[in-house]
Ligand binder design. Structure first.
Ligand SMILES: [Zn+2]
Length: 74
């Protein structure tokens, strides 16, 4: 009975933010760490996207935007 209610709560708010393990499938959550998610079952690790960290090598669009502004090729 209690378990059921707890699960319900998690399903309402926590689960939405959490990620499932792509290897273990739905039902197995990835544990969230500061910069990554890890699966407790298979040790799968997924690194978070860091947008403000690592400024040293985080400008992939710097080259393209130079000189070719109006050119949008995809
Ligand atoms: Zn897993």
């Amino acid at each position: 009975m209690l378990k059921r209610e707890i699960y319900k709560l998690e399903g309402a708010k926590v689960v939405r933010d959490r990620r499932f393990c792509p290897k273990c499938g739905p039902g197995v959550f990835l544990a969230e760490h500061e910069d990554r998610f890890t699966c407790g079952k298979c040790r799968y690790t997924e690194y978070k996207k860091r947008e403000k960290a690592e400024p040293s090598k985080a400008k992939p669009a710097a080259k393209q935007s130079k000189g070719s502004k109006s050119k949008t090729s995809k």
